[in-house]
Write a protein that binds this ligand. Sequence first.
Ligand code: FAD
Length: 317
Amino acid sequence: MTLTDGEKVGYNIGMKNFDLVILGAGPAGLTAGIYAARGGLKCAVIEQNTVGGQASAAAAIENFPGVDVTDGFALCYNMQQQCKALGVEFIFDSVSSLDISSPQKTFVLGDGGEATSRAVIIATGAAHRKLGLEDEDRLCGRGVSYCATCDGALYRGKTVAVVGGGNTAAEEALYLSNLAAKTYLIHRRDALRADDILARRVLSSNVEVVWDSVVAELHGQQNLTQITLKNVKTDVLTSVLVDCVFVAIGQVPNSQLFDVAKDEAGYILTDEQMQTSIDGVYAAGDVRKKSLRQVVTACADGAIAADSAIKALMTKA
Ligand SMILES: Cc1cc2nc3c(=O)[nH]c(=O)nc-3n(C[C@H](O)[C@H](O)[C@H](O)COP(=O)(O)OP(=O)(O)OC[C@H]3O[C@@H](n4cnc5c(N)ncnc54)[C@H](O)[C@@H]3O)c2cc1C
């Protein structure tokens, strides 16, 4: 089963008008759909891939309040069912062009269909930069992670390595050093790029920094067991036994399509109501500038964005 099962994937919608179009069917977009439909809006979710976004890659979600350990796929499947029961329409297609600056928002789809709406929620998420190693995808969720907040607790008392040298890598290494028996920080340069205060905290902690090194290979059948490090100055290879590698070399927001105010990294700027710099355009979830990118915060953003859209459209009706 996939999360597009039972959907009319690839059919041309022709020309359809909605109150609200939500771009992206990750946790933020799906929650926005639930709230918007319950608020009486005629609403469509446009998803270029399958439902679930990054969350569907999470083998075990342990930190969604009130839900025992679940996988991201199951959690998002349930969210999609809630949306469908409320009448939210799902359109599985890419957006080839759009105009979101006018009061009537227009979305031209890959197959030539067209959707219009009075408001839009951008919930297109973000993608973690990968190491680009052969076994990385196979071992994702089995000892390769992109999020210490998500998976750190699974490695309590174990040996972990964080890859990177910026603020995120430093924060993740410090976070993990409170849980793991041993934490390495692998950095390809001879000084951390993290802010001075964070860098000093790392250097005075029990984190062992491995300088001038990159991860050259990942090893393990079922789960990651070992990594090979390469010193970029000497080319010397070293094997290290680890239970998990946390990759913290950056994230790219999926915001390129949208001509709204963003920060220097491309994250969309919003106020507390999820309003962007353009009237009737809201952003929710990992695509926006925020301090914690998690399923629960994506859902919260989606709920707030939908509530803002409902209130704005009510005053304009
Ligand atoms: C491996 C992994 C494990 C994780 N584990 C946890 C965990 O245990 N707990 C936790 O809380 N968080 C976890 N996270 C983080 C969590 O998954 C994200 O914070 C959350 O999914 C963000 O939700 P979102 O809806 O904002 O974006 P996303 O989940 O990124 O969804 C965005 C959606 O938008 C779609 N999209 C992108 N561009 C377009 C476009 N132009 N048109 C239409 N659709 C588009 C994408 O295909 C995607 O489906 C994990 C992340 C990863 C990668």
